[in-house]
Write a new protein. Sequence first.
Lengths: 343, 419
Amino acid sequence: MSIRLTTTAAVALLTVAAPALARDQINIVGSSTVFPFSTTVAERFGKSTNFKTPVVESTGSGGGLKLFCAGVGEKFPDITNASRRIKSSEVERCATNGVKDIVEVMIGFDGIAFANSTQAAQMSLSLRDIFLALAKNVPNGDGTTQPNPYSTWNQVNPELPEVKIEVLGPPPTSGTRDAFAELAMEGGCKSFDWIKALKKSDKPAYKSLCHTLREDGAYIEAGENDNLIVQKLQANSAAFGIFGYSFLEQNSDVVQGSTVNGVAPEFEEIAGGNYPIARSLYFYVKKAHIGMIPGIQEFLGEFTAEDTWGDEGYLADKGLIPLSTSERKVWADKIDALIPLDM
Amino acid sequence: MIDLTKKAGFGLDQRHRAEQRFQWAGKLAIATSLLFLLVMVGSIVTDASGVLRQTQIAVDLDLGPENVNPSNPQAASYGRIVKSSLRDMFPEVTRRKDKKRLYNLVSPEGSFEIAAMVTDNPALLGSVQTLWLTASDDLDLFLRGKVDISLPPKQRRISDAEITWIKILEDGGQLRRVANWGFLSSGDSREPEIAGILSALIGSAFSLAVCFALSFPIGIGAAIYLEEFAPANRISDLIEVNINNLAAVPSIVFGLLGLSVFLGVMGLPRSSPLVGGMVLALMTLPTIIIAARAALRSVPPSFKEAALALGASPVQAVFHHVFPVAMPGMLTGAIVGMAQALGETAPLLMIGMVAFIVDIPDSVLEPATALPVQIFLWADSPERAFTEKTAAAIIVLLIFLICMNLIAILLRRKLEQRF
């Protein structure tokens, strides 16, 4: 048996690897929500230019920013995708590791659908209904709170049908969950005046009241895979699911989005800013890497071309809700001049 | 004596019946698990069958000098040529929104396909040519009856207008279904109609090669020393306990170790199969060591004793007489470990192999992904057509696994000692 041979081979492999090779392709990390859009642009960029196709990793927004902020140099990623804005704590962390100039790019919007099977009737909800149905503690009328007593939708709002509250959604690690808590739950929560007042007097209490989802089985953590939630909704027509707009669009034959505050989760409504549960998507570029890794500026050019992120661009086909024409202009100019983020 | 026979015969029927019951229960258990396996494999195979063929659409393209500069054909805008050809085919389409739907019949890959065809065969330039281009995933799904046209138009991906166009194309013989070799010969893509498995397959093969090259010699060496030469003392006991514990450590921990040591300290390239293989090697080492030690222990001690009695040194006795007999068992252990490594995604996440990679890696230093990662990424994609790709990728993974096991069985047959 050629043990000696395999060992030699292994040692040879390691010695070959030891001198760090100059990286000649862009390395992108970050949010799994931005991943489908980032990869689409990366693929087109690789095919239509002489640069190598950028490598896009799906690490989650927080994980991506952590890697991104670890330092400057070939070892570290050039771009990170995020389904929320970078936090000031993250900017500071970046700065301590030498990552000073960061260029921010806002690429568009993502709507979060509150949907059920097409077998059941379409629901018309308000943010307050969503909050009352899903919060761990709800107001009981006299300025105090009680553990959520509601088990059917008509207890929340008499106009809703008598159907058990059963909502499938992402786990706490997900950016979609954060956005849902912030936009839908908090939106419904502050529709109570006394809670709105609480925001000024006791912010932590306000946040915990508004953002905490119930844990008694009415809200079911169904994992990060949105396709799985769609399949479960098909099997159980009484249940509702929370997932991204692109999955609603692709599966419009089996699931339907509920209207929220009277607005349906449709392309035009989200783009116009009328649909209340929509968030902005971003990516961040390390300015120090421009010139060091070939193609970053060209990649930014491809991303901000009208054919890419415009109203009729190919990202819209993939489910990205574009920015308005004027916003696109503002962002494109900022990116063109590589104006660093200032927080 | 008589008492004893009576006692032996006591309840004989009952005991026979008990045995029968047990045997039936056993058969039932096997039948049930076979049924589950059949249902699982069956559903995967039916899902994957859609990947075998892909739809192509014939488009008349004007490749004249006003559209394509013959001296620099790569610079031409083939996307625009495809769009104008589609407009010529259906001149009644005028609304912006409808035009967009019309353009969506052809895959976005179409323009790159024309560029490749023109490069291969410059004779195409200068006139109008009818070329077969890959059709979009929506068109493909519709042709295969995967779109329920009884639903209201708002609830399906194909509108009534598109159905009319497709019918016209079909009647004109401008649609055809061909074998989809691209699935095996190209890398990943965000367009399901052209996404392929090759980059992931090669990434897995590279990672496993590195994993085997590292873990097998180290694992076997460690096992031989620990089993045959190490003095029986506290330190040996401690090492043994630790190896057994390591075998049960969650695999993500090895990924974290890889991130801090291989990427952080040693500075090896991120997302590379080299680092992936090294992390997987760490993960499989305990399995290989434990299996190899068991194989060595199962060799009758008389072999070693006879060799020692005839004057062989302990090293000679082990390497000439014990090791060859234990080799098949060690190989089995190694294959079990490698099969585990093949299915891992968690440790690869930390070292950047859970990534979208289009280019097919040429060496272990270039970014690559792995088969289970590809399955995970496709299962997570919104496009409906990726469901079939996911199932097909699972089948490729299973075939890879079967091939690995087959090689192990053949090697074992060859190395087996007869006595």
